[in-house]
Ligand binder design. Structure first.
Ligand code: MN
Length: 502
């Protein structure tokens, strides 16, 4: 129970009176086969302490060697974030004692990061673009993992005992640090979220990390401070550590805005400290008073030579960068001819890849969008699933649309075909055949059904012969029913009128 924090200020009130400034540090675990400074393998979910070497255990005399693939991945990230790549840079020791850091220092980079001075344009859900300046992206290693058993909330305080797993110790990380992000105003929480999401998307297309938030592959430290006006100097910031989902990034910013506003309103000062984020209620609580850099007693790592990527190598890497997510979205937007709002809905629904693959399977963009954003979105919502998790592939949707285009099924029957595919009955063609759903295009069976319907409703036939075509719908309806909706209604109408006239 803390009595030192005044009640929160409502978010809307807080951002009317204060200008929020955010700063985000993102750590991404690189998907290299081995660790940053030793040949221990790294893979998720291995038995504790089975992926170690003397280097990652910090044993005396063990000497580190830099993982070249990790350096390449760091350069890829730097280039994708429009950074300069250092001609030469060194590693540094960041000294601190904690049981999951077996060497008592983390090998990191300090004043010589591999990448610096970049930027990233991030797009909010309504299409607004906010430019985030990147101060640096540096290489370092991950710590091991402590598990505190007993006590509350898994924290060391109050725990009965602690377990340490060094499998993660020495896993390559790139840490990306922004300059203070200003000018976001009340949209600061959205900008923070969109930035982390944009980074995650970039890591994935660069193929440098699986970038799975839920596995902790990407972790964000969210700095926030308030100032009275956008002209005022920066206020005192807090740093909420290890925020592990996009939604939590947004909530952490919101909470700190409301909390710090209350402190400033009371005429008090925000304490510069790290804070923990609480998933249950979206609140933060104090961690430790933030060390200044000098407390870490950084000094150059004497066991490693400097990393000096040749300009030729950097250019080679630049030339092989894939199309980045934002450029791809713009290209597809142009190619598909969707309205801005349609495109945003597609992106927000996570349907971009699906529609692209459906188009590749032969559907038009409009048809692909109609299925994924219409019928399939409805079903995904029903099942509380992601579109991509539905048991249907873009190739199958392409095939379904081809069946419609060929006139073999209509849109209404196509939905029954979807049922079949989703139920695991096979590809659309197979479902059409096994369920007998093909449209009856042969006039023979139609005429049989039409004659039966005419015979059953002689009064309608009389009226139509008398010049009143209105009631003909009743005959057509009966025929469609008899053919289970598989007749072409237009052809049925033609035949019915011919039959009555003849
Ligand atoms: Mn770090």
């Amino acid at each position: 129970m803390t009595t030192t924090t005044p009640a929160l200020v409502a978010y809307g009130d807080a951002v009317r009176r204060y200008d929020p400034v955010i700063g985000i540090e993102v750590h991404v675990e690189l998907g290299t086969r081995t660790k940053m400074f030793c040949p221990a393998e790294q893979s998720f979910g291995a038995e504790p302490n089975t992926q170690t070497t003397p280097v990652s255990l910090g044993l005396p005399g063990a000497l580190p060697v830099v993982n070249g693939t990790a350096v390449e991945y760091a350069i890829r990230i730097g280039l994708a974030l429009n950074c300069q790549i250092a001609e030469s840079c060194r590693f540094a020791r960041k000294n601190y004692f904690y049981p999951d850091v077996p060497k008592n220092f983390q090998t990191s980079q300090y004043d010589e990061p591999i990448a610096f001075d970049g930027w990233l344009d991030v797009e909010l859900e309504d299409g607004t673009v906010h430019r985030v300046e990147i101060e640096r992206a540096h290489m370092e290693e991950d710590a091991g993992k402590n598990t505190h058993v007993g006590g509350s909330a898994g924290r060391i305080h109050g725990a009965e005992y602690s377990l340490v797993d060094y499998n993660r110790a020495g896993v390559p990380l790139v840490e990306i640090v922004t300059r203070p992000i200003t000018g976001a105003g009340e949209r600061a929480p959205e900008v923070a979220r969109a930035y982390v999401q944009a980074l995650r998307d970039i890591f994935r297309v660069l193929d440098v990390s699986e970038a799975r938030m839920e596995r902790g592959n990407v972790r964000a430290d969210v700095n926030l401070s308030l100032r009275a006006t956008p002209e005022a100097p920066l206020g005192t910031r807090t740093e909420t550590k290890n925020v592990n989902s996009f939604r939590s990034v947004e909530r952490a910013v919101r909470y700190e805005v409301s909390r710090q506003a209350a402190i400033l309103d009371a005429g008090r000062s925000v304490v510069q400290e790290t804070r923990h984020f609480h998933e249950e209620d979206g609140s933060t609580s104090p961690g430790r008073v933030k060390s200044d850099a000098e407390d870490y007693r950084y000094f150059p790592e004497p066991d490693l030579v400097p990393v000096a990527p040749s300009r030729a190598w950097v250019e080679e890497i630049r030339a092989t960068l894939p199309e980045l997510p934002q450029a791809r979205r713009r290209r597809l937007h142009d190619e598909w001819g969707f309205a801005d709002a349609e495109m945003r809905d597609v992106v927000n629904a996570g349907a971009l890849d699906l529609i692209e693959a459906t188009v590749a399977a032969g559907a038009t963009a409009a048809a692909a969008r109609k299925w994924w954003m219409g019928e399939l979105a409805r079903r995904a919502k029903q099942e509380e699933a992601e579109l991509a998790d539905l048991a249907i592939t873009p190739a199958q949707i392409g095939e379904l649309q081809q069946l419609v285009d060929a006139g073999r099924i209509n849109d209404k029957i196509a939905r029954q075909v979807l049922d079949g595919v989703l139920a695991g009955e096979g590809d659309p063609e197979q479902v059409v055949v096994s369920r007998g759903l093909e449209i009856v295009s042969d006039d023979g069976p139609l005429l049989v059904a039409i004659d039966e319907a005419l015979a059953a409703q002689p009064d309608v036939v009389e009226k139509v012969r008398g010049g009143n075509q209105g009631p003909v719908g009743a005959i057509i309806g009966a025929v469609m029913k008899a053919t289970r909706g598989q007749a072409d209604a237009k052809r049925v109408r033609e035949l019915v009128l011919e039959r009555i006239a003849g």
